[in-house]
Design a protein around this ligand. Structure first.
Ligand code: ADP
Ligand code: MG
Length: 448
């Protein structure tokens, strides 16, 4: 059978697959082209490895058996990654001409949400890097991009950063930011006013759609359908789509999974709560932008207290600033404790018992709890004692006098000295910062 036509085999097999799987299969199959038949290996061209991986996982087995049904031969499947990027987004004219009838109005992007104002750390590095690539080269490498993570961790910030950057790099691009909620309202309105075609025209002619909080579509059947049509239309014409969700896949119900798993075959990244170092960097940067001087120990206090939500971190800083501008004096940790006591998340801000601090720190440094209160000055004991005093300053609501008393009847100036010294070590040494960070979480974990 040497006159077997690879394109024919592929189109017959995929037609059958569409019948079996339904429309969903198109997302995968449409961008793929049969190239040639090489020693009973059918070579197809895929846009990137997400497609080859996706097809391997989902349809490869079935395709191979269909090849056999169609040709009577054992034909296997192999992939060639298309390097012809021009085919997807012409470099000369990356952005199509505006469509006259479309009522496209440019979205407003928050000018404060840029890549430059985004602090990068372990928790958001991949998300940031992907977003940045997209902003320079939309629709090419990471499409769709699905970004998920808890509330207040920077998803919306990154969407706006993409929008702001695209506006700068490709001023003609039709870039639109919307929340899924807005999308739903707009769609319902268009039905109400009998203008769903305008709605479609607007969305399907975008160059880049940034859609926030997709979880809002859950259980809104008609809107979900409409969104998938929009999604497919944009995807088919190689337009960039970025989607965010505040549901983390392993916390989703099966229904939610069905909605969101379809987005995952492009690029996925999650944003997790920032570590202490990143929280400190965020606070420093924000304070600097506001030209608001905050002493390092206050920054550390806030950063070690507010852990899981960057919006709260910012809110704390704003409150501190309001206080500082009222009193005109420099802030202390005690001020910060007082100012923030109502607004801090419960649990992470509640004071811990000083005994727990002494127990955990002694254990970590293999000394006796009574050494914390003793008078030995060897470094192997004095240092953990100072760490204990430092932690008591930032994790309890005791005064330095009370803390001195608990650490072997020491004077409060000894406590303040310890605090300053440890603070400096933290500032100078990121590894030590991690050690102190870990101690704090251990202390919280056992202080119940
Ligand atoms: P989400 O959309 O994930 O709920 P947002 O993007 O609204 O979170 O972020 C909440 C606030 O925290 C915003 O003001 C944002 O600018 C800020 N923020 C979040 N992550 C960072 C970061 N890595 N660097 C600087 N600011 C950040
Ligand atoms: Mg958001």
């Amino acid at each position: 059978m040497n006159n077997l036509n690879p394109k024919e085999i592929w189109s017959k097999a995929t037609d059958q697959l569409r019948v079996e799987i339904g429309e969903d299969a198109d997302l995968w199959l449409k961008p793929i082209e049969a190239l040639r038949l090489d020693n009973q290996v059918l070579i197809v061209k895929v846009p990137n490895r997400f497609f080859s991986d996706g097809i391997k996982n989902r349809y490869q087995q079935r395709l191979i058996s269909l090849f056999k049904e169609i040709s009577g031969l054992d034909i296997s499947l192999d992939y060639e990654i298309s390097v012809d990027l021009t085919n997807r987004l012409p470099a000369t004219d990356p952005i199509s001409e505006p469509v006259a009838q479309s009522d496209f109005t440019p979205s407003d992007f928050n000018p404060r949400y840029t890549f430059a104002s985004f602090v990068v750390g372990k928790s958001n590095r991949l998300a940031y890097a992907t977003a940045e690539v997209i902003s320079k080269n939309p629709g090419v490498q990471y499409n769709p991009f699905f970004l998920y993570g808890g509330v207040g961790l920077g998803k919306t910030h990154l969407l706006h950063a993409i929008g702001n950057a695209l506006r700068q790099f490709s001023p003609k691009a039709r870039v639109h930011y919307t929340s899924a909620e807005q999308f739903v309202n707009e769609y319902i309105n268009s039905l109400h006013h009998k203008t769903p075609d305008d709605f479609r025209l607007k969305y399907r002619n975008l160059d880049c759609l940034l859609i926030d909080d997709i979880q809002f579509l859950i259980a809104k059947e008609a809107c979900e359908q409409e969104f998938f049509h929009t999604f497919n239309a944009l995807f088919d014409s190689r337009k960039q789509i970025v989607i965010t969700s505040d549901r983390v896949p392993n916390e989703m119900t099966p229904y939610e999974r069905r909605l969101t798993s379809r987005f995952e075959w492009g690029q996925i990244a999650d944003i997790t709560p920032p570590d202490l170092e990143t929280r400190i960097a965020i606070l420093r940067k924000k304070a600097e932008n506001e030209q608001f001087f905050v002493p390092d120990d206050v920054i550390l206090f806030v950063a070690s207290t507010v852990k899981t939500n960057i919006r709260l971190l910012e809110g704390s800083l704003i409150r501190l600033k309001a206080f500082a501008s009222m009193t005109g004096s420099s802030l202390t940790v005690d001020d910060a404790k007082e100012i923030l006591k109502d607004s801090l998340p419960h649990g992470s801000s509640s004071p811990v018992r000083p005994e727990t601090i002494q127990r955990v720190v002694s254990h970590k440094y293999s000394i006796e709890v009574k050494d914390m209160k003793g008078h030995q000055r060897t470094a192997s004991i004095a240092m953990p004692r100072q760490i204990g005093m430092y932690l008591a300053c930032i994790m309890t609501d005791l005064s330095s006098t009370d803390i001195g008393r608990l650490f072997g009847d020491r004077d409060h100036t000894t406590v303040l000295h310890a605090r300053k010294k440890i603070q400096k070590m933290i500032d100078d040494d990121p590894f030590f910062l991690e050690v102190v960070n870990k101690l704090q979480s251990d202390i919280r974990a056992v202080d119940n």
